[in-house]
Design a protein around this ligand. Structure first.
Ligand code: SDX
Length: 432
């Protein structure tokens, strides 16, 4: 936790001045330490959407929203997407440095050998309706892992934290794939240790026992890149949920289940599904102006899904890489003239030319193109957010580990601006 102030701020309230220490980061804005403000001045700060609040210090991911920059342990996301691969990025996020060849081989072997689920967990899937949203299944099954993996729930034991991290990263593709298989009435496909992480996921989703399945290396590369692009993203809503759940001492599986639940919302990880459904509703480029007008209409709650971001006030660097990947995948699949992609590109063009979006700095985000790729690969829209959750598990786990490693971390307990009734006496029903 930050302890050495680099400067001081003075706050004056009713002629009383209070000195507040400030800390300077290695990158990004300075922070004002208000931890003692209530004790000193008897006031709270007020920041309902946390637009100006740093909830922690971290060394994992840095975002410069104005520059459209995203760094994982200092490495730019576009370099990682081009030159690295997901499990190497997992190692980087978990341990802080790129692995040596020997370290990477050991890590990949560990993850590969934790991909199977306890056989009895299949009953959890079977307890859901076939038409349950796979995110509902994932929340339930991941939470239920606390009922199976008792040897990795003691958060005070670094070894158990390590095993829980590996199990979550390794088993999430199996859980997501089985949620998909269950929803389409096909048998569960077990993971294979001879396949890469992304190829294994595609195999578990799309192979059937009736015939051999060959994973297309270009599609598994595109899948791996999608995992990498979604791996971590500073203190976003679902990561903050994981940190807050963990601050009470909850076990790792319960904390990650909470993160999955938060990610599900259409304003967050559910936007990829909502974006593709919006593009399908728009249908043809001639209807784009109608939807742009709705997005600009203050009286219409409609928003362009896949546009805008709390932090990026420039292009989301992940969207740029995702757009290139969309072109590659659709070209490979011979559907480069995919009408949805054509509509997406025309929508992006018209929105970016519209003063409303330029003034509000609303650019395509990571969710704008990912759905197009996933649909082209054969995933139903209901699987888009589970794939986001699978990818983000390493980010949640890395941030969870970082918080627990800080001996000074405390339970998160915000206060409020109370606008309700002041104290009043109970009245009997006869007198109301
Ligand atoms: C993710 O935090 C993260 O890092 C998240 C994420 C990650 O990797 O974890 O990056 C993943 O969640 C990406 C975002 C996916 N969500 C969407 O695509 C849904 C559509 N976008 C929005 O709902 C919105 O842009 C948010 C939720 C993403 C950000 O909202 P903010 O920062 O709270 O901004 P806001 O709602 O206050 O909007 C500011 C203004 C408003 O207009 P005014 O009230 O100032 O007049 O911009 C407008 C909004 O109405 N606006 C939009 C818009 N997004 C914002 N108008 C039309 N379409 C949109 N998409």
């Amino acid at each position: 936790m930050a302890e050495t102030p680099t400067k001081n701020a003075t706050l004056t309230i009713d002629d009383q001045s209070y000195d507040l220490p400030m800390y300077s980061p290695t990158a990004g804005p300075d922070v004002l330490d208000i931890r003692k403000l209530y004790a000193q001045a008897g006031v709270f700060t007020y920041d309902p959407g946390f637009t100006s609040t740093a909830s922690c210090d971290s060394t994992i991911t840095f975002i410069d929203g104005d520059k459209g920059e995203l760094l994982h342990r200092g490495y730019p996301i576009d370099q990682l997407a081009e030159k690295s691969h997901y499990l190497e990025v997992c190692y980087l996020l978990l341990y802080g440095e790129l692995p040596s060849a020997a370290e990477l081989e050991k890590f990949e072997n560990t993850i590969t050998r934790h991909t199977m689920l306890h056989e009895q967990m299949q009953y959890f899937f079977r307890g859901f309706r076939r038409d349950a949203h796979p995110m509902a299944t994932m929340v339930g099954v991941v939470g239920a892992m606390s009922a199976f993996y008792h040897d990795s729930t003691d958060i005070k034991d670094p070894k158990q934290r390590e095993i829980a991290s590996h199990r979550l990263i390794a088993k999430m593709p199996t859980i997501a794939a089985w949620a998909y298989k269950y929803s389409i009435g096909q048998p569960f496909v077990y993971p294979r240790n001879d396949l890469s992480y992304a190829a294994n996921f595609l195999h578990m989703c799309f192979s059937v026992p009736a015939e051999p399945y060959h994973v297309n290396p270009i599609l598994s590369r595109a899948m791996d890149r999608i995992f990498t692009l979604h791996a971590d993203h500073e203190q976003n809503a679902s990561t903050s949920t994981v940190r807050l759940a963990s601050s009470s001492g909850a076990n790792p599986f319960a904390c990650i289940a909470a993160g999955i639940a938060c990610l599900w919302g259409p304003a967050h990880g559910g936007a990829n599904q909502a974006c593709l459904e919006m593009l399908k509703e728009i249908g043809t480029p001639d209807r784009i102006p109608e939807f742009i007008a709705r997005a600009k209409d203050k009286n219409d709650p409609f928003r362009l899904m896949g546009f805008g971001h709390r932090v990026y006030k420039n292009f989301d660097p992940r969207a740029t890489v995702m757009k290139q990947s969309a072109d590659e995948v659709l070209d490979l699949l011979g559907i480069e003239n995919n009408p949805i992609l054509a509509t997406a590109k025309e929508l992006e063009k018209q929105a970016l030319e519209d003063p409303y979006f330029a003034e509000k700095k609303l650019f395509p985000n990571v969710d704008f193109y990912s759905g197009i790729i996933l649909e082209a690969m054969g995933f139903p829209t209901s699987m888009f957010t589970p794939i986001f959750a699978l990818s983000r598990t390493v980010g949640w786990v890395s941030q969870w580990k970082e918080q627990l490693a800080d001996p000074q971390h405390k339970i998160g307990r915000p206060r409020q601006l109370y606008l309700g009734s002041t104290a009043r006496d109970y009245t009997d029903i006869e007198t109301r």
